[in-house]
Ligand binder design. Structure first.
Ligand SMILES: CC(C)(COP(=O)(O)OP(=O)(O)OC[C@H]1O[C@@H](n2cnc3c(N)ncnc32)[C@H](O)[C@@H]1OP(=O)(O)O)[C@@H](O)C(=O)NCCC(=O)NCCS
Length: 158
């Protein structure tokens, strides 16, 4: 069965349909992303079903370097994983990077997420270092983790 999916920019009203992607701290982070989208330093997209429900969300940060866009917050609704939606999300974010005239996409993947890493390798990403990353979690704590940094040199429109 084929379902027609739509890629579009994240909108404020989407926040009420992204609770599957994480807890309140994550939703707060997405709200901050929306504000950064308005200033242009970030682009954020969602993928929707024909009925408008959201099945994927991701963002690209252009503020870290003029040389690359950093993909982050990549998330596909659990029910729709392993069907190619994550690949579609990454390709769409890479299109946003290209459309800014930027030639490289980067992302960080946690050391204990081999499935995501395999997907990124399949899409052309290669290891280029490690970094510490962290984000707020319940109770006011910050979760800190080690990530492998992966990079993809983007072609003209592949
Ligand atoms: C990581 C994530 C974004 C990937 O999204 P996804 O929609 O599952 O990704 P895809 O479906 O494009 O690819 C994943 C797998 O499905 C397979 N697949 C893709 N299309 C397929 C299809 N039509 N039929 C069968 N399998 C398919 C891929 O080959 C891949 O297989 P692998 O796991 O053996 O490498 C998603 O699983 C997710 O949100 N995970 C939880 C949060 C997370 O880990 N985020 C990433 C942080 S770095």
């Amino acid at each position: 069965m084929e379902i027609a999916l739509t890629v579009r920019d994240l909108e404020p009203e989407d926040l009420t349909d992204l609770d599957w992607s994480g807890g309140p701290e994550h939703l707060n982070a997405i709200a901050e992303v929306l504000q950064r989208c308005w200033s242009g330093e970030v682009a954020s997209i969602v993928i929707t079903l024909p009925n408008g429900r959201l099945v994927a969300h991701g963002a690209v940060d252009f503020s870290k370097s003029a040389g690359y866009g950093e993909l982050w917050m990549l998330s596909v609704h659990e029910t729709f994983q392993s069907l190619g939606v994550g690949s579609m999300l990454i390709r769409a974010l890479e299109d946003r990077v290209r459309s800014r005239g930027v030639g490289r996409a980067r992302l960080g993947v946690e050391h204990d997420n081999p499935r995501a890493r395999r997907l990124y390798r399949r899409l052309g990403y290669r290891d280029c270092g490690t970094e510490l990353d962290g984000w707020p979690v319940a109770g006011g704590d910050t979760y800190v983790t080690v990530c492998t940094v992966m990079e993809h040199r983007l072609g003209a429109g592949v």
